[in-house]
Design a protein around this ligand. Structure first.
Ligand code: ATP
Ligand code: MN
Length: 482
């Protein structure tokens, strides 16, 4: 085969210098045709579109042509032609064909037809080869890039926080232990408990549930920082919005209060949505049609807003900001609550909001994203700044349609005495946390930050309904395949 440099399909589709010779490599999606002419749809992952390859069978060996099957990896040399067929502007007339990898097509699980998302989860190692998962992978990349772009433009410094930690302050019972101890021969102390002095780190360690505490340390020197790393939670909640391993973005700003924090969160989410609209048009269009198809049997009022329209809507509207106490009043007085339509009835101040309540506020009541602030201290973490009422803390949750909570954050308690008092009240051992408390002793300053769950963002942007479908290899209870 004559050597010509490979061109990606996304580029080929924009070319207009017909007659030039190109090389293209990819995986066959479909092959159709007859004795006179074959049409091959080739995809190389560079975009949602396939490239049409035209093959005149009499120019090639019959056995070679038989090996061009769905799933096979093939290299084509050929001439770029204007396409007469509908659906594409250009096509390649093949002059040389090389089979790079045959596909055992009888055993290949991806047939050229629609497969259910449940089935595709079972073959997650191959699902990238579908239009849906190719589109999601490209959008995921665009969003990663946009996250770094946003913070870089604003002068935030990216900080890598540890994945293995020894602090167990946030999610007691929700952490995965990290150990090299031999479970069949555990070293014990005199009172019969496990002797972690013998463990790798000389103490009990876990996978991190958040990079925030270390992020705060950095913000107290660098000013504005953000982390973007994997996060692990052993919560046994088998929902469509929870993973055991997910990615989180956590900015932290010195000299910023809760209002600054809300402003940043809203600007950040809108930036990400805008970048998706600008950079991922074809993939979003595909996912929009996918969603319409999925919901075509639903009643009109149960269908979601068209995907691109929804993104534009959220991008161009101010988020509603109100306090938890105001939200409780709305929920308590709602027909939904009075008619017992919530699984968890709202009785008053102190109730933890479930995702059904969050979605009611966003989808039914305000019909816009909502930022709730000033939650009761009893349902929030120890590090959140206590308000003067001594009852509520300067917390904020950003609530999105279809998702519920997409961001959780707060202004942090910067006062040493108040922070230690809260830790004692909540039974958090402050002697292990001296490193964290030091920032409050050595030049403390008001500061604020939040965490955006990257896969929750991806759910919103792609319109997918299960979080297992927006991360390549999901980790959920009883599932760590691939
Ligand atoms: P939720 O109430 O929805 O379980 P949370 O209050 O435990 O979330 P935070 O500790 O505030 O969550 O974490 C910050 C963000 O991380 C959340 O707003 C959400 O976007 C995301 N997040 C939290 N838990 C998970 C999870 N198990 N899987 C995926 N994303 C998550
Ligand atoms: Mn939260």
């Amino acid at each position: 085969m004559k050597h010509i440099g490979r061109t990606k399909i996304v580029q080929i589709l924009t070319l207009t210098d017909f007659g030039i010779e190109v090389n293209v490599k990819g995986w066959v999606r479909t092959k159709r045709g007859n004795k006179q002419v074959l049409f091959i749809a080739l995809n190389d992952g560079s975009c949602i579109h396939n490239l049409q390859i035209v093959v005149e069978p009499d120019k090639f060996d019959e056995h070679l042509l038989k090996r061009i099957t769905t799933g096979a990896s093939v290299s084509f040399n050929g001439t770029l032609n204007k396409s007469n067929g509908s659906g594409q502007a250009v096509e390649i007339l093949a002059s040389e064909i090389e089979i790079l990898g045959d596909c055992d097509v009888d055993k290949y699980p991806l047939q050229p037809k629609r497969h259910s998302l449940e089935f595709l989860r079972e073959i997650a190692h191959l699902r990238y080869r579908t239009n849906t998962f190719g589109a999601i992978a490209r959008i995921r990349h665009a969003m990663v890039f946009a996250v770094h772009q946003f913070f870089t433009q604003k002068g935030f410094v990216n900080i890598h926080t540890p994945i293995i930690t020894s602090s167990d302050c946030e999610g007691a019972g929700e952490m995965f232990h990290v150990t090299t101890l031999d479970f069949n021969n555990l070293p014990l102390t005199e009172d019969g408990t496990i002797n972690y002095n013998e463990d790798f780190f000389g103490k009990q360690t876990n996978l991190t549930v958040s990079g925030q505490l270390e992020g705060e340390l950095a913000a107290m020197a660098m000013g504005d920082i953000y982390t973007f790393g994997p996060t692990f939670r052993a919560e046994n909640s088998n929902t469509s919005r929870h993973l055991a391993e997910f990615w989180m973005i956590e900015p932290e700003m010195a000299f910023a209060d809760l209002n600054d924090n809300m402003d940043l969160a809203e600007e950040f989410l809108k930036f990400l949505i805008k970048q998706a609209l600008i950079g991922c048009e074809d993939d979003l269009l595909f996912l929009s049609n996918r969603l319409k198809e999925e919901e075509k049997d639903k009643k009109e009022e149960e269908r979601s807003m068209e995907l691109i329209e929804k993104l534009k809507f959220v991008h161009s509207n101010d988020f509603v900001r109100l306090t938890y106490t105001e939200a409780i009043a709305i929920l308590k007085d709602s027909k939904y609550n009075k008619n017992g339509k919530f699984k968890y009835n709202i009785t008053g101040f102190g109730n933890d909001l479930q995702s059904e309540h969050e979605r009611f506020l966003v989808e039914k009541h305000f019909k816009k994203p909502v930022i709730l602030t000033d939650y009761p201290k009893g349902i929030k973490s120890f590090y959140m700044k206590l308000n003067d009422d001594n009852e509520t803390v300067r917390a904020m949750d950003v609530l999105f349609p279809q998702i519920g909570e997409i961001i959780g954050g707060s202004q942090r308690e910067e006062n040493y005495d108040k922070l230690v008092a809260r830790m004692n009240e909540m039974g958090i051992p402050s002697h292990d946390m001296q490193w964290y408390l030091d920032t409050r002793r050595f030049g403390t300053a008001i500061h604020s930050g939040f965490g955006l769950g990257f896969e929750r963002l991806m759910l919103f942007i792609t319109g997918m309904s299960n979080i297992r479908d927006v991360i390549p290899f999901p980790r959920t209870p009883k599932n760590a395949a691939f």
